[in-house]
Design a protein around this ligand. Structure first.
Ligand code: SF4
Length: 259
């Protein structure tokens, strides 16, 4: 059962970006960064938002003010993090408010919290899911890339459920993998992910690891991002496995479709 706490609803957030064209391509969006994450991805650039007590607690009215002051310019809202589903009731309040304001809604999730995912997808309020598929759905690899081997089996099951549910409910789904050196840049690794995603996502983004910012694993921070050539090679593998609408995102050239 879902409870929408409309009075006295509070969100723990790391910040709000008033306008973005890159978080949901094709839409001008307001972006809300929920604080707290259950993963410890070595390449995390938002690592200051990982602790559950990070960020600041704000009233839902703050989000309403930000939506209202940007409403002529934005058409959508993106809830990202951290992991937004760790604050299910707060997220539901924010989603309902945004829907009432006429915005399209994208949920950006690491896909690991199955019960909350099922709850939120079944509301019918989500227009698009951006799902991290960080590794092939294999225990060892998923545990390594998420930094939480103890959750790997549950994460795999939850990601599978999310892919199936979005298809069943006709919710548009984009899948994303970060390509980091020595961690997720192996052709077989990407080939395995692509096999899992075939016919289950509308778009697949390969994101180049970026060593700028507050990287969680300091040994990774000193490594260079994968070359554009590597990114293209991996994208072509995904296409060979049958994925359509495959894009790479690099620091030098932004977003590019690969054919
Ligand atoms: S990169 Fe990993 S640890 Fe960082 S916010 Fe995303 S899911 Fe959490």
């Amino acid at each position: 059962m879902i409870h929408l706490i409309e009075e006295d609803c509070k969100l723990r957030i790391g910040g709000i970006t008033d306008m973005s064209t890159i978080d949901w391509y094709g839409n001008v969006s307001l972006v809300v960064f929920f604080a707290g994450c259950n993963f410890r991805c070595p390449y995390c650039q938002n690592s200051s938002l990982i602790p559950l007590e990070s960020g600041e607690v704000v009233d839902l009215s703050l989000l309403e003010e930000r939506i209202d002051s940007n409403k002529k310019l934005i058409e959508a809202i993106v809830f990202t993090g951290g992991e937004p589903l760790l604050q299910l009731d707060s997220l539901l309040c924010a989603i309902k408010l945004s829907k009432d304001k006429g915005l399209k809604i994208m949920l950006d999730t690491n896909g690991s919290i199955q019960g909350s995912l099922e709850n939120i997808l079944s509301t019918g309020l989500i227009d698009r899911v951006a799902l991290d598929v960080k590794a092939p759905l294999k225990k060892e690899l998923m545990g390594k890339v998420t930094g939480r081997p103890e959750f790997a089996v549950k994460t795999i099951s939850s990601i599978n459920k999310c892919l199936n549910l979005c298809k069943e409910l006709n919710i548009s789904l984009e899948a994303r993998t970060t390509i980091a050196p020595g961690l997720s840049d192996d052709p077989t690794f990407i080939g395995d992910i692509a096999e899992t995603l075939k016919d289950r996502c509308s778009v697949y983004y390969l994101q180049q690891y970026d060593n700028q910012g507050d990287i969680l694993d300091k040994t990774l921070k000193v490594k260079l991002p994968p070359s554009k050539e590597t990114m293209l090679k991996l994208a072509k593998i995904a296409i060979e496995k049958g994925l359509k609408n495959v894009y790479i995102k690099t620091r030098s050239d932004g977003l590019e479709k690969v054919d």
